[in-house]
Design a protein around this ligand. Structure first.
Ligand code: GDP
Ligand code: IMO
Ligand code: MG
Length: 440
């Protein structure tokens, strides 16, 4: 039995879904542990592009048990419409199961998310406006509504009577928005509860039994390490814990139940939304990294916003390795660097005023005062081979191999999987994490 976490090591959109899809073939369970429909996970397979927001990407293989854990937040309307779209695509959803302990995104969460962003003005976070922050805030304030509450009229009425007056006061008095009607919400959410009832399961117990039965479990992270509410670039973060520890809290398994952690990182860096981004680029180099004009151009899967792009930041990846015990890397989008003359990787930060150099992420420095210290690599534009054509590590251009070797040495972690294109087949698997317990 192998139990693996696949998580984002940067600011999200690293290509996690493609790696989950690849590994799902050998998994028995694929489990989402945090986040909600702020996630946008793309898998290109069978000549088609599938987009997932809440449903685990493992659903593309029939017979895999796909679970949504207690650490997620669920907008039932969004989940049901995602499920409908996947069924219309011919996928079988009978193996999809949901924890009754997951919190529900209610209509006021989405309205408050939008109103808060508007009120922040220039200091906005750039959220996906899916109500994620307000839903998690209510969970922590103990004023949340859980999936189990929308299965029962008396329970839901009691919860709404306790919570809605305060939400309506916030909406009307603070943000000048119309108030919401309790009966209306009650009726709509009970109907959602009715539709979701067949999918409810005790995720923690299912995973405990799966481990006893020696079954393989894959935890699918959403967002990324630098969007983590505790370890990310606060306040420009999401409201959950995408790091590996989130998988235990968000599904109800203990930390010893996890044997390996795969960090997914792009061969460069991207970010959507606001917040610091030390290695960000603009101009012609950015155009290459954005992959302008290609089907895999950098636009958000959920919101369609353009992603900001920049060089690989090894200081931030070192942080990701440390906080999640990353045991191997999947490096995606190496093909996008095929057209670069030279490539840079950030190996440290320097304080522009004091000259102090940091090789590890400095927690008490204002990121605006830091500039990246780069190591330059020759590109492989003029070599005969291209990353996008390689299917084994030895076939990669020599300069690309040098770049990978340097990343591995700096991080002290091997790159076992390399993405060289968006399709399922465009991948190099140097060592499969399911090969054995060698990664433990
Ligand atoms: P996720 O949120 O981490 O699952 O990533 P997204 O799906 O939001 O964004 C990743 C994008 O990169 C998608 O359009 C993928 O199809 C694409 N992609 C993934 N791996 C590769 C790769 O190795 N090369 C290229 N060119 N595209 C990739
Ligand atoms: P996947 O799973 C990239 C970003 C938003 C914003 C911040 C807070 O596809 O990698 P939120 O709506 O969560 O309150 O927004 O987090 N963000 C993501 N960026 N990929 C994601 O998910 C993201 N989910 C949220 O852009 O900056
Ligand atoms: Mg994404």
């Amino acid at each position: 039995m192998v139990s693996l976490v696949v998580l984002g090591a940067q600011w999200g959109d690293e290509g996690k879904a493609k790696i989950v899809d690849l590994l799902a073939e050998k998994a028995d369970y694929v489990v989402r542990y945090q986040g909600g429909n702020n996630a946008g996970h793309t898998v290109t397979a069978n000549g088609k592009k599938y987009k997932f927001h809440l449903v685990p990407s493992g659903i593309l293989y029939s017979g895999k048990k796909c679970l949504i854990g207690n650490g997620t937040v669920i907008d039932p309307k969004a989940l049901l419409s995602e499920m409908q779209a996947l069924e219309n695509d011919g996928l079988d959803l009978t193996s999809l199961k949901i924890s009754p302990l997951a919190h529900v995104t209610m209509p006021y969460h989405i309205l408050i998310d939008a109103a808060q962003e508007e009120a922040r003005g220039e200091n906005k976070i750039g959220t996906t406006v899916r109500g994620i922050g307000p839903t998690y805030a209510d969970k922590i304030s103990r004023t949340g509504i859980r999936i189990k509450d929308i299965l029962d009229e008396t329970l839901l009425r009691t919860r709404l009577e306790a919570v809605l007056p305060e939400k309506n006061a916030i909406l009307s008095k603070l943000y000048n928005k119309p108030e919401l009607d309790l009966e209306n919400i009650l009726e709509t959410y009970l109907a959602y509860g009715h539709s979701l009832r067949p999918f409810i399961t005790d995720v923690s117990l299912d995973l405990f039994n799966a481990a006893k039965n020696e079954e393989n479990i894959l935890f699918e992270g959403a967002q990324g390490t630098l969007l983590d509410i505790d370890h990310g670039t606060y306040p420009f973060v999401t409201s959950s814990n995408p790091i590996a520890g989130g998988a235990t809290i968000g599904t109800g398994v203990g930390p010893l139940a996890i044997n390996a952690v795969i960090g997914v990182a792009k061969a460069f860096t991207t970010r959507v939304g606001e917040g610091p981004f030390p290695t960000q680029l603009d101009g012609d180099l950015a155009k290459i990294l954005v992959a302008e004009g290609t089907p895999w151009a950098e636009f958000g899967t959920t919101t369609g916003r353009a992603r900001k792009v920049g060089w690989l930041d090894l200081v931030l990846l070192k942080l990701a390795v440390r906080v999640s015990s990353i045991s191997s890397f999947a490096l995606t989008k190496l093909d996008v660097l095929d057209d670069m003359e030279t490539i840079q990787a950030c190996i440290a930060y320097k304080n522009k005023k004091t000259g102090e150099v940091y090789h590890d992420f400095p927690l008490c420095e204002d990121m605006a005062n830091l500039e990246p210290v780069y190591k330059e690599f020759a590109g492989w534009k003029n070599e005969r081979s291209r990353c996008r054509d390689a299917r084994s590590r030895k076939d990669l251009p020599a300069n690309a191999k040098e770049y990978l070797n340097f990343i591995e040495e700096t991080l002290g972690v091997s790159i076992d999987i390399i993405g060289v294109g968006p399709d399922r087949e465009e991948i190099i698997i140097d060592k499969s994490p399911f090969q054995a317990r060698s990664l433990v």
